[in-house]
Ligand binder design. Structure first.
Ligand SMILES: Nc1nc2c(ncn2[C@@H]2O[C@H](COP(=O)(O)OP(=O)(O)OP(=O)(O)O)[C@@H](O)[C@H]2O)c(=O)[nH]1
Ligand SMILES: [Mg+2]
Length: 405
């Protein structure tokens, strides 16, 4: 199941650290009545019933001042752009410039947010203030206190807050990552049947020394989590393996050897690639499904943008800079122009100038960053595709909506 990042934001001393401690049931963060106690984001992993695995993130106050204070605020805003769900704490019915500014940043990053009126044991939430916030900013407003003495009241308020969080997590769903084999391999072996997955991993000059690449490691981990069996081999060992072993339930390979592997496999064996599985597990996959066939419509003079999100992954870089442009030209037979933008660098040309955008798997960035990266193009109706899906399409491997060929 996906990991949900839940951020806690608000001015200094509103009780952000007290709330993370209450939710985790531990002294996760230091609590004190000195404003500015929390300086860097503090993360705590926990399992919340109904929500699953979460990272709770406590942050520095959004009203911090001075040189260092401003740096802390900047860090808090950085964290805000990364979370899936936000709790924006305020007290004494004070919801003004700082809160609105943070709310706007969270909205910009499409983070479902709950306004939590904390310390309500000192000053209760004014219903008129709550209505005003709800109407103006379309967020839920919850009355809360980290210091209720009455156990039942505290439990009820906590349950209520968790219910609101659960609702916000559901709203954040489009950005949450699915596990790689979610919906493809059962969570657990069913009726004793272990799923057998064959991973065909080319180890060529582009492979990093001494290790597998991240999508391969992620695939193996998810197969293990599901109680399934992974067999890992190189393409050269595939024919002999298939002669001597039962047919696997699924084969996963590198997009670059899609053609070679599908030529060797018996027709009925489902085949996909690591990068397709990765794309499928994250945001924008439906956009890729829609955008990929548009490769066939490219015309002479069209400009294609290649988005290479990790700067240090030499194998991706080689695909983005060399192999993919060559494949596009060969497949379409058209004169195409290519621009390549690395990391999360600014896209200099107006996005409207592109006929198509090809995004790498983005294994080093979050699903939300990926979404925010592609959003301007998607909203303008520019087709987007993904390295692995584009390669599969151009090599004639037809993928189902689930990414299986
Ligand atoms: N009465 C009351 N006190 C609270 C409540 N929540 C927190 N406090 C107290 O408020 C003070 C500040 O709490 P913290 O949790 O440290 O606040 P914070 O938002 O993390 O503060 P910074 O880290 O400085 O930004 C502490 O003295 C807490 O004990 C509450 O709901 N009611
Ligand atoms: Mg704190």
């Amino acid at each position: 199941m996906a990991l949900t990042n839940i951020g806690i934001f608000g001015r200094r001393n509103v009780g952000k650290s007290s709330l993370i401690n209450l939710l985790t049931g531990q002294d996760t963060a230091i609590v004190s009545d000195t404003p500015g106690t929390t300086t860097d984001p503090v993360r705590k992993r926990m399992e919340i019933p109904g929500i699953g695995k979460c990272n709770l993130i406590d942050t520095a106050g959004i009203d911090d001042t001075g040189d260092l204070g401003e740096q802390r605020v900047a860090k808090t805003y950085q964290a805000a752009a990364q979370v899936d769900v936000a709790l924006l704490l305020f007290t004494a019915n004070l919801f003004s410039r700082e809160e609105v500014q943070m709310l706007n940043a969270l909205r910009e990053a499409q983070v479902p947010t709950i306004a939590v009126h904390n310390q309500s044991d000192i000053v209760p939430l004014d219903p008129a203030v709550a209505m005003d916030i709800m109407h103006k900013y379309a967020v839920d407003v919850v009355e809360f206190s980290c210091a209720r003495i009455d156990d039942t009241l505290r439990r009820d308020e906590t349950d209520m807050l968790l219910a609101y969080i659960e609702k916000a997590v559901a709203q954040a769903a489009p950005f949450r990552e699915r596990a790689m084999f979610d919906g493809i391999i059962p969570d657990k072996p069913k009726r004793g049947k272990q799923h057998r997955v064959l991973l065909v991993c080319p180890i060529d000059s582009e492979a990093p020394a001494g290790r597998l690449i991240l999508p391969q490691t992620m695939a193996i981990r998810d197969i293990l989590d599901r109680g399934a069996v992974a067999t890992v081999l190189q393409p050269a060992a595939l024919r002999k393996y298939l002669r001597e072993n039962p047919v696997p339930d699924l084969v996963v390979t590198d997009s670059q050897v899609f053609g070679e592997v599908s030529g060797i496999l018996p027709k009925k064996v489902p085949l996909t690639s690591f990068s397709v599985l990765l794309a499928r597990s994250r945001s924008c996959y439906p956009n890729y499904l829609e955008g990929t066939p548009k490769i066939s419509r490219l015309q002479d003079g069209d400009r294609v943008l290649i988005l290479e999100s990790c700067t240090h992954h030499s194998s991706c870089e080689d695909i983005g800079r060399v192999k993919l442009p060559a494949l596009f030209r060969k497949f379409t037979g058209k004169q195409l122009e290519f621009d390549i933008v690395s990391g999360l660098d600014q896209i200099t040309r107006p996005v409207e100038e592109y006929a198509l955008i090809a995004q790498c798997g983005g294994c080093m960035i979050t699903s939300k960053q990926l979404y925010n990266r592609l959003k301007p193009a998607i909203t303008k109706g520019i087709p987007v595709t993904n390295y692995g899906m584009a390669i599969a399409y151009m090599k004639g491997v037809k993928l189902s909506a689930d990414g299986i060929g």
